[in-house]
Unconditional design. Sequence first.
Length: 471
Amino acid sequence: MRLLVVGGDAAGMTAASHVRRERPDTDVVVVERGPYTSYSMCGIPYYVGGEVDAAADLVAKTPEAFRAMGIAVHLRTEAVSVDVAARTVRVRDLEHGGERDEPYDLLLLATGAHPLPKPLPGLAEYGHVVHTLDEGEHLRRHLDAQRDVRRVVVVGAGYIGMEIAEALVRRGMSATLLDRSPQVLNSLDPDMAAIVERVLREFGVQVRLGEELLEVRGDPGCALCSSVVTDCGEYDADTVVLAMGGKPNLAVARTAGCEVGPSGGLVVDPQMRTTVPGIWAAGDCVESVDLVAGLRRNVQLGTHANKQGKVAGFSLVDAMDGGTGDGDAAFPGVVGTAVTKVCDWEIARCGLGERDAAEAGIAYATVAFEGTARAAYMPDPGVVHVKMMAERGTGRILGAQLVGTGNVAKRIDVAATWCHLGVTAQQAQLFDLSSSRRWTCIRRCSARPFRFRAGEAAHRPEGPGAAPARA
């Protein structure tokens, strides 16, 4: 039996490792187009900024360690196409050239995601995409070698873009954060994103929102550019960093005939099987069930990729044993929990935002307030901005967003549990947690019926399918 895995990061290597442990007689082969396996994408901004010394420090498990387990790992090897009838994958050797066919009995696609920049003038010459560890290495070498780099424009105001802009300021550079969206961090509601924007500005990041990049200008043959042009003006720049959101890498899956869902990710069942027999998929290239809204979404996070890889591993082992691939595990879905830190402020979210609830046709109510990050009697108790959402009528907690100077991760994990289990605000206030005062917001949205103070919002989507407001 031969398992071929395309993609050597979180999902792919988790599945490969599980299969190798459970079925040591299986021939497990991994092809990875980059030079690394199992690394932390989240740590790339800290490496670019110099807080992490070496790229290798971000690698959780090296190719040599996987090979010692009996897994064949082929780096700098790109999958090109799948021949489903012949059960082969055409791969290209990026290091030495040439192509070959890799046979498989079972195939796992863990191809991840990557930004797809528009072919704008000057972008190919001066733009530095930062989504993989080797791309992070390329950017840091550029910044270290070009001592004249003082002004950097970062395109993309998501998690990675904000963190890289911060890292550049810490390196003593001028950083401009550019995004065509009217807000930073689109996974937050606009009112919460405005707090993050203020934090960035106060730290020294120049934020330019609602602007479309049109061109990067520079002198031919020069390693540095001179400016970037948007639909709103022109800004001086020595270097441009492209940190836009990634799109699922689907080229190989399309050659196999795998179905793509409305979210843009591959359609998979709870066992991570695609619509093509013998082919599984996991990680940033697939879509998942949103457990709160019931919709299907492409959510790109390493936490999900690891879990999906584990589930795929169970399913693959079952198929190797002659089963249907049902296995002993199933991936239920996601609530979109994420945490990051920008300029000493922690940012966290889970569940739905207001746009998500409106899209799903869920009648909702929100409550937002500001509290302390620690007990008020402590020196420097800090601050935390809280916004929560519940379903009108039922009280089911739909989501939470927090921006603060401490204790944010613990709080969002509790809220994520509520969202995952469908807990109501009335039930949540009685959970036996370690510190009840940390979730005083529950008392503010738990009354039957919901009551709101001035300035607090209640919303009901209009149109067919909208849930009735019974509060």
